[in-house]
Design a protein around this ligand. Structure first.
Ligand code: ATP
Ligand code: MG
Length: 437
């Protein structure tokens, strides 16, 4: 009866992030948080599960996300329709309205965390992925659009990422899109036999979305379609020009892509995407734009809004590709001190010494699990620690510890326990750091 037990695996498209990589993520998070502070954005944290109607209303019924990508389920306990959030903007707007944050004036907010979309998993496209999202509420002018774009450019610089290109477009107003839609529909009907199944389906429900198609067989047809840009009125054109003046002022190169329509329904006026060639097919690392109608659409008092979201997996992949080992190495945390101990009486004193050093502010790895002195010193070396604190029976009798510099050739030295933290400080931070203890 030798039954083998099947090991359980993670869900397809949902990844474990192992320590080597997770340390890189933490460094990335730290850099991003500092950058957000520099632009006056404040954190907000929303639940991961929301009522399903929030997303159908905000994102639009006829979008990839709502049509086929949402993890929706019925709460078995009370029958509520729930969804794992596929993006953060809808939740963020809900939270802002629920807590009347806009009563206090305009808000610059950011959030981060996992998002869920039931897509076909492939490199750079997962079912659980992570975003940093930025939303500004209550600002109507093109200055905030431009600031958000400029701030992205600064982040790429700070992360030393190169070759991320900016595309922008304007989606105009609802009325302008309606005029365009009418002409677009006539055009697409004329070419109906060349439309793929998705496009056939969207021809009357959401034709603008057809322009977003990635199907290579449709590209020529899309190229010749009526352009939304030609339907924009004076106010929309002025807003778009205003954004561009500021981008030029900041020396940010960009390309106007009249076919950039974004995958979500809530956008108007400015939309933008940052894309790289270095990640294969999933090259968009950051995308966003203005969505002045969404707050009203979700039941709030109308207020302008503009935001973007970055795909963390794709940016980390880019970091690794451009800076490889160097990036992971820089992110790897090493303790200041590794405590080695061997002997009958050493466990308790070593435990106490490690706690005392942590109390003094050091990062300390206490050797656990025994083993020979030699094997413990090997571990100390591999840990990357600057110094090893060695406690044997002799040291315990004496109330001392031996200090060994791991990265320099210097003789080991006995130090009374109560002076240990200071001695280590002298070595790690002292002016006379010449290898002498
Ligand atoms: P795509 O056209 O690639 O499907 P999208 O328009 O659906 O992208 P957004 O909703 O704008 O993407 O999300 C913002 C960013 O989040 C994307 O630019 C991308 O970097 C990242 N992202 C979106 N979906 C995924 C996913 N399934 N896996 C990993 N990252 C993703
Ligand atoms: Mg998508």
């Amino acid at each position: 009866m030798n039954q083998t037990i099947q090991a359980i695996q993670a869900i397809r498209g949902m990844n474990d992030i192992l320590p080597d990589e997770a340390e890189l993520w933490e460094r990335f998070d730290d850099a991003v948080r500092g950058w957000l502070r520099a632009y006056g954005y404040r954190p907000i944290r929303m639940p991961i599960v929301e009522p399903t109607p929030l997303f159908t209303r905000a994102i639009g019924e006829v979008t990839d996300i709502v049509e086929k990508e949402m993890y929706s389920f019925v709460d078995a306990l009370n029958g509520e329709a729930l969804t794992l959030r596929p993006e953060g903007t809808a939740s963020c707007v809900r939270a802002v309205l629920q807590h009347s944050l806009l009563h206090a004036g305009p808000q610059r907010l950011w959030y981060a965390g996992p998002m869920f979309r039931h897509e076909r998993p492939q490199k750079g496209r997962y079912r659980q992925f992570h975003q940093f999202g930025v939303e500004a509420f209550g600002y109507a002018g093109p200055d905030i659009d431009a600031e958000q774009i400029v701030m992205c450019a600064r982040l790429w610089d700070e992360l030393a990422l190169t070759g991320i290109r900016l595309e922008i477009n304007s989606l105009g107003s609802v009325e302008e899109r309606q005029h365009h839609r009418a002409e677009l529909t006539v055009y697409l009907e004329r070419h109906q036999k060349d439309l793929d199944a998705d496009a056939q389906r969207r021809l009357h429900s959401n034709p603008l979305r057809i322009l977003d198609s990635k199907n290579p067989h449709m590209q020529a047809l899309i190229e010749d379609a009526p352009r939304l840009m030609d339907f924009l009125g004076e106010a929309s054109l002025e807003h778009f020009a205003g954004v561009q003046v500021l981008l030029k002022e900041a020396c940010i190169p960009y390309r106007i892509n009249p076919r950039l329509v974004r995958g979500l329904d809530y956008y108007n006026l400015t939309v933008f995407e940052w894309t790289t060639d270095k990640l294969g097919a999933q090259g968009t690392v950051c995308a966003g734009g203005r969505y002045d109608g969404l707050i009203g659409q979700l039941g709030g008092k109308a207020a302008p809004a503009c935001g973007f979201a970055m795909g963390v997996e794709r940016l980390i992949a880019l970091l690794k590709q451009e800076h490889g080992e160097e990036a992971e190495q820089a992110a790897r945390g090493a303790p200041d001190v590794y405590v080695v101990h061997q002997g009958e009486t050493t466990q308790l004193p070593a435990f106490r010494a490690a706690e005392a050093l942590r109390g003094a502010g050091y990062d300390v790895l206490l050797h656990c699990g025994g083993g020979s002195f030699k094997s413990q010193m090997k571990r100390a070396d591999a840990s990357g620690a600057q110094v090893a604190v060695i406690i044997g029976d002799d040291e315990v009798r004496e109330g001392s510890a031996s200090l060994k510099l791991m990265r320099e050739d210097a003789p080991q030295k006995r130090i009374p326990l109560d002076l240990l933290a200071d001695e280590i400080g002298n070595y790690l931070f002292g002016d006379d750091n010449d290898g002498n203890l």
